[in-house]
Design a protein around this ligand. Structure first.
Ligand code: ZN
Ligand code: ZN
Length: 631
């Protein structure tokens, strides 16, 4: 009967209607509001005395809130205990809910501090207490307290609690103590799929895909999550081929991929240019309703872009229920790589009209677009707008894009000054962009200066030495070419051999420059000679200046004709039906001669030829390239 007042006021604060009930603006309202908002000991005491005075129920108090207010107060823990007892709540449960909130919230360190106080006052922890504190240690990478907690877990006799054991393994591994994680793992009397998955995920995180796979093979039972963790692990460790192979095994074992698996396999397809498999995965995810998952759509867009199918990427993008900044940035980057700068810029304005805020990645895409199409002024405008309009601080990648933009356009001095005045330290990519521009615009002096910086910043990157020796070779300065070669040799560097690959009927065929060991080397060579007969009347002259070695003109031509992408192209023309597009992947930048040859060939054989090189795509069609010779 004396319970009136507080409960009715409590409900009024849930359904505020002060206009109809002016009398509810009574002094007691402050206590009612406090019920939901108290966050200090004095406020709690005020409420407490109110409850005593009105003889209201203690169940009105939020006990986890009582616990968190008392957690670090001087009255700890007696005052809280008094309330818990009155509210008839087992105190460890209340402390646990408080620990959980700390462990999962912004201040996991409070969970550890509270736990220490509980120990001081002999509050006996249960298995939940331990799991929340372990979680806090894991999140904080706090190995010291993690170890103490492991000891407590053992002392309290929770050794057979699989959940706690798994959490402890995860804690050790997350804190970087793999040795203890292993030891515990090997000694565990029983393990479940979670234990194995935890170890696999942790090994992958350390880049140890071999160790992870060893465990995977040892697993007595595997779940979809285990397969997925391992497939994703291979992708993360830069082994997409292994990822795809394992995926086929997973299918054979009768496991249906989930959305996470699909994302991992699509990422592998993107790395490998595995278009056929990627398409099959898309069908599968459409059938299973994964198409609505934004991560799946984003990875599909990325996969299609990297396989050179811009239109397919666009279809996925346009079919999305809602665009995210990730999908927009991927699409802008894709359009940039394919030389479709106007569309990239158009998409950017549509995106901002829809209220999607660009991020740093978006601007990299935009700057690439401008750079690849020589749109210097637009590029400058975007670079300025990034900070002025969107408050994004340019990172070294953005500076690299700007140097690239200016250098390609031949504004070498401006690019140079831009680097010198950068507010952050330039890296190899920034000076490398200038070096690339020096090659196109034949500025030997500035190239040498860029190289001086590159020798310090990125001395192990063979690509820069090759560009510099190319510059000297084009100027016929063979002594300097020899000097660069010696420098490379002294530093133990070798030029990365060029290779290209083409996938025919799901089989990947790889070609290395100058390769004569291919079983069909003779047919390929004959095929090339035939093409050459048709190319020459159309104005093809072999551009031997791209050959670095100081050798006879005839030898140079021979070397030029065996560039890996030419071998792959001729093979592709032989093995695929007339009229179908040809897709080639190359590990290095396409050289001027191959670029010129491919343009002519696309017109002669009347086929679309898509080449994905290290930086971008070239779509050759009817004698032209999508890059408009600007790359
Ligand atoms: Zn070439
Ligand atoms: Zn091109």
């Amino acid at each position: 009967m004396a319970l009136h007042g507080v409960p009715s006021l409590a409900s009024s604060s849930l359904h505020p209607c002060p206009r109809n009930h002016p009398q509810r603006q009574s002094p007691r309202t402050s206590e009612t509001n406090l019920l939901y908002t108290f966050n200090s000991l004095s406020q709690l005491k005020q409420l407490h005395s109110h409850i005593i005075k009105t003889n209201a129920s203690y169940s009105l108090l939020s006990l986890p809130r009582v616990a968190s207010v008392c957690a670090f107060s001087p009255a700890f823990p007696y005052y809280a205990q008094e309330i818990f007892d009155r509210a008839d709540a087992p105190q460890i449960n209340v402390w646990n809910s408080c620990l959980k909130a700390f462990a999962e919230g912004d201040t996991p360190i409070d969970a550890i501090a509270l736990f220490r106080r509980l120990r001081q006052y002999d509050v006996r922890p249960d298995s939940f207490t331990c799991s929340f504190v372990l979680k806090a240690c894991t999140r904080l990478s706090d190995l010291v307290h993690g170890r103490i907690l492991h000891g407590i877990v053992v002392k309290l006799g929770f050794r057979s609690n699989l959940f706690l054991q798994n959490a402890t393994v995860n804690m050790y591994a997350s804190c970087g103590d793999m040795e203890s994680a292993w030891l515990l793992f090997e000694k565990m009397p029983q393990r479940d799929v979670v234990t194995w998955n935890t170890m696999i995920t942790q090994l992958v995180r350390r880049g140890d895909s071999g160790g992870a796979f060893g465990l995977f093979l040892r697993m007595p039972q595997r779940s979809v999550r285990s397969w997925t963790a391992m497939i994703a692990g291979f992708v993360q460790c830069g082994k997409p081929k292994d990822a795809v192979r394992l995926f086929f095994q997973m299918e054979e074992a009768g496991f249906g991929p989930n959305e996470v698996t699909v994302v991992a396999v699509l990422a592998a397809c993107a790395d490998l240019g595995e278009l056929d498999l990627g398409r099959r995965i898309q069908d599968y995810s459409d059938q299973n309703g994964f198409g609505r998952n934004a991560r799946v759509s984003n990875t599909l867009i990325d996969m299609y872009i990297k396989c050179g199918c811009l239109e397919a990427a666009r279809r996925v993008f346009d079919g999305m229920q809602e665009w995210t900044i990730v999908s927009c940035s991927a699409m802008i980057q894709g359009l940039a790589m394919h030389g479709r700068a106007e569309e990239a810029l158009h998409l950017f304005s549509r995106m901002t009209q829809l209220g999607i805020m660009p991020n740093g990645v978006t601007f990299i895409g935009l700057l690439h677009a401008c750079s690849h199409m020589g749109m210097v002024n637009e590029g400058r405008r975007f670079f300025a707008s990034m900070t002025n309009d969107y408050g994004i601080t340019p990172q070294v990648e953005h500076y690299g894009c700007m140097v690239d933009l200016l250098s390609r356009a031949g504004l070498l001095q401006e690019a140079h000054d831009f680097i010198v005045n950068m507010p952050i330290k330039p890296n190899g990519v920034v000076w490398g962009a200038l070096l690339g521009g020096c090659r196109v615009h034949k500025n030997i002096e500035m190239a040498e200066e860029a190289m001086q910086h590159l020798l310090v910043l990125d001395p192990g990157n063979d690509g820069y030495y090759v560009v510099l020796s190319n510059i000297f070779a084009e100027a016929k300065r063979w002594e300097d070419v020899a000097r660069v070669r010696k420098l490379m040799k002294d530093r133990g560097l070798k030029k990365t051999p060029g290779w290209s690959s083409i996938t025919i009927d799901e089989v990947v065929h790889e070609f290395v420059a100058g390769d004569e060991t291919h079983p069909q080397a003779r047919e390929i060579s004959e095929g090339w000679e035939q093409l050459l007969e048709e190319m020459k009347p159309k104005g093809y002259v072999p551009n031997t200046s791209v050959v670095l070695l100081d050798m006879g003109e005839h030898e140079k031509e021979k070397a030029l004709y065996r560039h890996s992408e030419k071998l792959a192209l001729v093979f592709g023309l032989m093995k695929t039906p007339t009229g179908t597009p040809i897709r080639i992947m190359k590990n290095l930048r396409v050289c001027e001669d191959c670029h010129n040859a491919f343009k002519l060939i696309s017109g002669i054989v009347n086929r679309d030829i898509v080449v994905r090189d290290r930086n971008r795509f070239h779509c050759f069609k009817d004698g032209c390239c999508s890059c408009r010779d600007y790359w």
